[in-house]
Design a protein around this ligand. Structure first.
Ligand code: ADP
Length: 655
């Protein structure tokens, strides 16, 4: 046994901060590592010491084992906590730590290596009698062999990268005609993301749930499970909502799944924290899918229902201490749900979004935990995972934690970056979720209803608040005249009016002065009575048709960001007579997101049909295939492979 006094956290964002908080509570000194992009990030500033490790790309910083080990050496850290992602499941790195006498806080390099490939995981599960999803994990990786295997498994089939993680390299195949494209795409994504293109096939189980078991093993041969997490709500095969207990797992099933997870852990001589993942089919059968040999993103859910600190336990296990409890000592209390807030656009295929967080305010509610890695002023770029924060609510019952989470999400304020906040709210508001009646394909199945962005009440109130904000700015000081939109009219013969862009729609708002600070405001086909109760540069409190609300405001460039109990809106003032937009070139393809041109699939002069793939764009290691919108001939290719493009960049034109 040894005592750890100083830990280097080989990660960034919310997980680095979360680990450091436990270290601080235990009296352990912390060392952050940071890239060029993170010189002033919260995790860098929170640590007792911080070491610069390289350029912004992950490869040159958070994935550079060598530089991280040098930082550990320079700061005399006793141990390294890898968090999740980056080097957390890299057996060579764990081995290299041991070689220089630094404790790697995680399982043994052997266990990481063994479970690094899904193929090996399937073999171990089968050896201890835990069922796996019917599939193919043979050596013949030719398209012909994979096609044959798909046909014999029967559609739908799921292609997975053996070295995969984070849903990368996964493709569901439902038709014969999709087979080759899917195999090639999965292989390319796997090679790019993991440097290993080997694929495996599994029968795709429809209407399934994702249920995983947290395990914890010490170096004295004790291994327990900490119950399940249900992570069935996913987009792109990536979790966004997780909860425990699962609304569909009975005590009897929990015991069986827990025992299956423990038997896999024991077969691996597993130490430290890990997660055994299962697919729970609608008929109640469960199948092993993989072991994640690290702390999971969603571990707080388990912490909230068990009252345990998993990071503290990980550190104590790494110190050689025995687990302080046996399986029979472990109990759960109440229910916890987590929602992941991402910088992404649900209305644009969940593509990652970038920007600066201009305004950021977190709700404080009893039983609510927020693990965030960003703050006001943070720049969200394309180099790292777009998860911004996790909100975890705990309650006595599922209804209670769900209600709390919804209220918290609604109250959370983030301006300047497109996020999935409203999407999460709609998802959590679905009756199917309240009834515990969802599955891993639920989001894809209900995408249209879930991404519907209209909210007439929010739009109307935001337009009114924006108009009165401008009215008040004009009244209160000449200095604020600079804030007036060019279209603003203060014509004594006419009521003032403004033209606004409000979310996806345009709105004209006009108002009439009735009495001091009282107006009649007409917008979006309705007229409201509005009164200004108080006003400063960042807030306006209004009564609109009898209801008082505060609006928090922020003006950045042309945008006015507004937030109230109804939600958030970004408002842009529009010129009264819109300039004639340069007509979009016929058939031109514009980049929908910031990213890297991974592959160009056509040549100038080539004839293409609508729907043909033209180019592959990549951001945060996700591939997006850009397809021709019309039939035509490739006229120009405006970008090169390897080039980084911004959103709205012209990529290819067709004639
Ligand atoms: P990754 O390691 O990339 O996260 P997983 O193997 O853990 O990949 O699978 C990710 C998600 O894909 C699972 O949570 C589950 O929802 C879905 N999934 C995986 N295997 C199957 C399957 N055979 N049938 C249906 N869904 C599956």
């Amino acid at each position: 046994m040894r005592t750890i006094h100083k830990i280097l956290i080989a990660n960034r964002g919310e997980i680095a901060l979360r680990i450091m908080q436990t270290c601080r509570a235990m009296g352990i000194a912390t060392v952050a590592v940071y890239s060029e992009a993170d010189a002033t990030s919260p995790h860098t500033r929170f640590a007792d010491e911080a070491v610069f490790i390289g350029a912004a790309t992950a490869k040159e910083s958070y994935l550079s084992g060598e530089r991280i080990l040098a930082a550990a050496h320079a700061t005399k850290a006793d141990a390294i906590h890898p968090g999740y992602g980056f080097l957390s499941e890299n057996a060579e790195f764990a081995e290299a730590c041991a070689n220089i006498g630094v404790t790697f806080i995680g399982p043994s390099p052997q266990a990481i290596q063994q479970m690094g490939l899904k193929i090996a995981g399937r073999e171990i599960a089968a050896a201890v009698g835990v069922p796996t999803v019917p599939g193919y994990n043979g050596e013949d990786q030719s398209n012909a062999a994979l096609r044959d295997q798909m046909l014999s498994l029967g559609f739908p089939v799921l292609i997975k990268a053996s070295a995969g993680g984070g849903g990368k390299g996964m493709r569901v195949v439902r038709l014969m005609s999709e087979m080759d494209d899917a195999i090639d795409g999965a292989r390319r994504e796997a090679e790019k993301s993991f440097g290993d293109g080997s694929l495996l096939l599994e029968k795709y189980i429809e209407q399934a749930r994702h249920v995983e078991i947290q395990i914890l093993g010490d170096t004295h041969g004790n291994l327990v499970h900490l119950f399940e997490r249900d992570c069935s709500l996913q987009r792109r095969h990536q979790k966004i909502i997780e909860e425990s207990p699962s609304p569909v797992v009975t005590a009897e099933l929990r015991e069986r799944m827990g025992a299956a997870a423990v038997s896999i852990g024991k077969a691996l001589d597993y130490t430290n924290a890990g997660t055994v993942e299962f697919i729970l089919a609608p008929n109640g059968e469960f199948y092993f899918i993989e072991v994640n040999t690290r702390l999971q993103v969603e571990h707080p859910v388990t912490e909230m229902i068990t009252g345990l600190d998993l990071v503290k336990l990980q550190i104590e296990i790494a110190e050689g201490k025995p687990l302080p409890f046996a399986q029979s000592d472990l109990k759960t209390h109440g229910h916890a749900i987590e929602a992941r807030l991402y910088a992404e656009d649900p209305n644009n295929d969940f593509l990652p979004a970038t920007g600066t967080i201009h305004d950021w305010l977190l709700p404080a509610i009893d039983g609510l935990r927020i693990d965030a890695g960003v703050e006001q002023g943070s720049d969200i770029g394309i180099n790292y995972d777009p998860m911004l924060a996790k909100l975890i609510a705990h309650g006595t019952t599922r209804e209670e934690s769900l209600r709390k989470l919804r209220y918290a999400l609604k109250s959370l304020l983030i301006q300047g970056v497109t996020t999935n906040q409203e999407f999460l709210l709609r998802l959590l508001g679905r009756p199917e979720f309240a009834n515990g009646n969802t599955h891993t394909g639920f989001i894809a199945e209900h995408l249209a209803e879930l991404t519907k962005a209209e909210d007439a009440e929010l739009d109307r109130a935001s337009a009114i608040a924006a108009a009165l904000y401008w009215q008040k700015s004009w009244q209160s000081s000449d200095a604020l005249m600079a804030n007036l939109p060019p279209s603003y009219r203060n014509n004594p013969y006419r009521n003032p009016s403004l033209k606004l862009q409000l979310g996806t729609q345009e709105a004209l708002v006009s108002w009439r002065h009735i009495a001091s600070d009282q107006f009649e405001v007409t917008t979006l086909d309705t007229t409201a009575q509005a009164q200004i109760l108080s006003f400063d540069a960042r807030h306006i409190r209004l009564v609109i048709d009898g209801v008082q609300r505060s609006f928090r405001l922020m003006k950045v460039g042309d945008h006015l960001y507004l937030h109230s109990s109804l939600g958030s809106r970004t408002i842009t003032r529009l010129p009264r007579h819109p300039e004639v937009q340069a007509a979009a070139e016929q058939g031109s393809m514009i980049s929908p997101m910031p990213g890297l041109v991974a592959k160009i699939l056509v040549a100038v002069g080539q004839a293409v049909k609508a729907g043909d793939p033209l180019l592959i764009l990549e951001a945060m290691k996700m591939e997006q295939t850009m397809r021709a919108a019309v039939d035509g001939i490739v006229e120009t290719i405006r970008v090169a492979e390897g080039e980084v493009v911004g959103p709205g960049a012209m990529l290819i034109t067709l004639k």
